[in-house]
Each structure stands twice: as structure tokens, then as C-alpha cells.
Design a protein around this ligand. Structure first.
Ligand SMILES: CC(C)(COP(=O)(O)OP(=O)(O)OC[C@H]1O[C@@H](n2cnc3c(N)ncnc32)[C@H](O)[C@@H]1OP(=O)(O)O)[C@@H](O)C(=O)NCCC(=O)NCCS
Length: 183
């Protein structure tokens, strides 16, 4: 699904754009994926897991996301560069199509500037606009206080915990928390 472009101001005064993915952002998106995965343990992949990602593959993913009736990917562009992305997926089977799930990540240099808040406003709006959606879901990894603060600010509450969902390279095991928002 495509979104209408949304311009907004970051906390440092710069202008930012929320937009659907386009081919011109493929390289910057690949850079964002690899760099962001090395900046925090709270993203579920390590940077090398993006080594196999290609320009063609990303272009195809952009196309599929934009053409889909059930998936939305949104990029945030600042000064011509991809600062991060988010996505919302609407489930499709008869028994689960009242549910949507959300994912989000930004480059560290763009944390705490208000991008996450704007992305959530748009994703919640999209979910509210869609018939029959009553629940949005997401997960965060134990210790991710910034993400948790954002999600609680947007109205999400913890619904459960998946013990030891994440195992880091050094063997550290981390829980994953599920949060939900009823709409
Ligand atoms: C988590 C993330 C998406 C949040 O986006 P963001 O643009 O930084 O969020 P915002 O600036 O809109 O809001 C963050 C809020 O958390 C608060 N916050 C920041 N650091 C915090 C901390 N250490 N503890 C508690 N709250 C914190 C901010 O004050 C802000 O709240 P406010 O608007 O009431 O002031 C982003 O930081 C990110 O991509 N992190 C790395 C990847 C990641 O963790 N992704 C989520 C996986 S579940």
C-alpha cells in the first residue's frame, strides 16, 4: 500500500519526510539496514545478515510492499538520506484479520528527534482507517527503554513475555515483550 507524503519538523529543526519506498532510495535503505543493525542489539539481525541483500531484491521488496493490500512500508527521509523505516502488516486469514503488527528502526543519529512518534501516528491512522482492525501488536527486546517509552506513549501496553527469545553472540539471553494497542 502507498501512503501520502507527510512532511514534519524534527526536534532539531530539520525537515523530514515520511514516504512510500521508491527505487531512488534503494542504496540508502541498504546502508540504513546494515548500519542500524550494528548500532543496537535491539534489532533482531546482525549486520552480516544483510550481506545477501541486493539492490534488485530491495527494489522487488519495495514493489511488493507498495502493490500489496496488506503491507505498508514507510521510509523517513532526512536531507535526502534514509533515516529509518517502519512497516505495518495487516493479517489476512479469517480468524486473525482483526490484527495488525508493526516494526520500526532508525539510524542512531536520528534517535530522539520525534521520527518514531510521527511514524506511529501514521501507522495507527492507517490501522484505524482499515475496516475490522481492532488490535495492533508489536514486540520489543528486554532493555529497550527508548522503544518501550515510545510505545507506551502511543498507548501500547505489555500483553506478555517470550522468555529467552533473543540470544546474542556472547550467549546472553534476552526476553521479548509483546505489546498491544486496542483501537
Ligand atoms: C526505538 C525508536 C524506534 C524510537 O524512535 P525515536 O524517533 O527515537 O522516538 P521519539 O523521538 O519519537 O520518542 C522517543 C521517546 O522516548 C523517550 N526516551 C528517549 N530515551 C529514553 C530512555 N532511555 N528511557 C525512557 N524514555 C526515553 C523520549 O523522551 C521520547 O519521549 P517524548 O516524546 O515523550 O519526549 C528508535 O530509537 C530506534 O530506532 N531505536 C533502535 C532500533 C529499535 O530499537 N527499534 C525498535 C525495535 S522494537
Amino acid at each position: 500500500m502507498l501512503i501520502n507524503d507527510i512532511w514534519f519538523e524534527l526536534r532539531d529543526g530539520r525537515k523530514a519526510l515520511l514516504t512510500s519506498p521508491e527505487e531512488k532510495y534503494v542504496d540508502s535503505t541498504l546502508d540504513f539496514l546494515r548500519i542500524s543493525a550494528g548500532e543496537t542489539d535491539f534489532i533482531t539481525r546482525y549486520p552480516e545478515e544483510f550481506d545477501e541483500f541486493t539492490r534488485e531484491g530491495e527494489k522487488e521488496l519495495f514493489y511488493q510492499m507498495n502493490a500489496s493490500n496488506n503491507d505498508v512500508m514507510i521510509l523517513c527521509i532526512v536531507d535526502g538520506k534514509v533515516a529509518g523505516n517502519c512497516s505495518i502488516q495487516f493479517k489476512t486469514s479469517l480468524k486473525t484479520k482483526h490484527r495488525a503488527s508493526i516494526g520500526i528502526a532508525l539510524l542512531k543519529e536520528f534517535w530522539n528527534l520525534g521520527i518514531g512518534t510521527e511514524m506511529f501516528k501514521e501507522m495507527i491512522r492507517l490501522a484505524k482507517d482499515r475496516e475490522n482492525i481492532t488490535q495492533i501488536e508489536l514486540e520489543f527486546v528486554e532493555g529497550n527503554t527508548r522503544a518501550r517509552a515510545l510505545y507506551e506513549k502511543m498507548g501500547f501496553r505489555i500483553a506478555g513475555v517470550l522468555p529467552n527469545a533473543i540470544r546474542l553472540k556472547d550467549g546472553t539471553l534476552l526476553n521479548e515483550y509483546v505489546m498491544t494497542l486496542e483501537i
